[in-house]
Design a protein around this ligand. Structure first.
Ligand code: SAH
Length: 249
């Protein structure tokens, strides 16, 4: 009996050793995938369900959103929620937009020329990074200095050489670098700023939320033969566009 027990113990030990050394590539002692793999999976699901699933089909936009790691653009305490279907706080009372809105706005622009794009409201820098995946040059303006500086540093660390960040009031646009093939506004004024219309290139497109707080329409503007034509897209809710004194436009 003793000999039998001894023998089965040895056998069990042998099986244990074989199992231990036959899976050297297993990540983590409990088999959990490493966090980056987890974020990759969440990001692919987000694109499939929230973006593609709601009708955004432009491959340039879908590829960009599969590539840009949204979780790096939010604070560590919000990383786990980075791929959920809602906006998240980014500090200073501001938010990073819901992923679907980023996808929709990007697609609305992306069927036009993809040379230079101007963004008003850098915030976390996420939308700028998505655009930088398929626009040659991205110019982005943020009025809150701490947000603009943080986004600029992160975008540099991530290796984006085609994104140019400026701290200032985006209502006026960025005259030196215009005209732009596309303008994207991610804060809401009550009217469409004239300087932004002026800095739109012939054939250019602008997407902008317009209206009072809680009652805004996302509007697409196209410049055709010098004339501006507009089309309403969907109702949206963005933070207001403000001047340097914090007064809404
Ligand atoms: N696109 C951002 C989200 C922007 S939230 C992202 O991907 O994270 C809107 C931003 O617009 C805020 O950061 C706010 O500070 C900024 N903003 C408001 N008024 C502005 C103005 N006049 N000029 C530039 N930025 C402005």
């Amino acid at each position: 009996m003793n000999a039998f027990l001894n023998c089965s113990c040895h056998l069990l030990f042998l099986v244990f050793l074989i199992l231990l050394f036959s899976f050297p590539a297993c990540a983590g002692s409990d088999g959990d995938p490493p966090p980056e793999q987890l974020f990759d999976d969440l990001r692919n699901k987000m694109v499939e369900r929230q973006i593609q699933g709601r009708g955004v089909g432009n491959p340039k936009v879908l590829d960009a959103m599969r590539k840009v790691k949204r979780h790096l653009f939010v604070a560590p305490e919000h990383r786990q929620q980075a791929y959920e279907d809602y906006p998240l706080p980014i500090g200073e009372g501001q938010t990073i937009s819901q992923p679907y809105i980023v996808g929709l706005m990007s697609e609305t622009l992306a069927s036009g020329k993809t040379g230079r794009v101007l963004e008003i409201g850098t915030g976390s820098g996420y939308q700028a990074a998505v655009l930088a995946e398929f626009y040659a040059e991205v110019f982005t303006i943020e009025i809150v200095e701490s947000l603009g500086t943080r986004a600029e540093k992160l975008l540099q660390e991530l290796g984006y050489k085609n994104i140019h960040v400026k701290i200032g009031d985006g209502y006026k646009g960025w005259l030196e670098h215009g005209p732009f093939d596309a303008v994207i506004v991610t804060c809401a004024p009550t009217h469409i700023p004239q300087p932004l219309k002026d800095q739109l290139a012939e054939g250019g497109r602008m997407v902008i939320p317009v209206g009072e707080t809680y009652d805004q329409q996302l509007v697409l503007l196209k410049k055709e033969k010098g004339e501006i034509v507009t089309k309403e897209i969907i109702p949206v809710r963005f933070v207001p566009m403000v001047d340097k004194a914090g007064k809404p436009y």
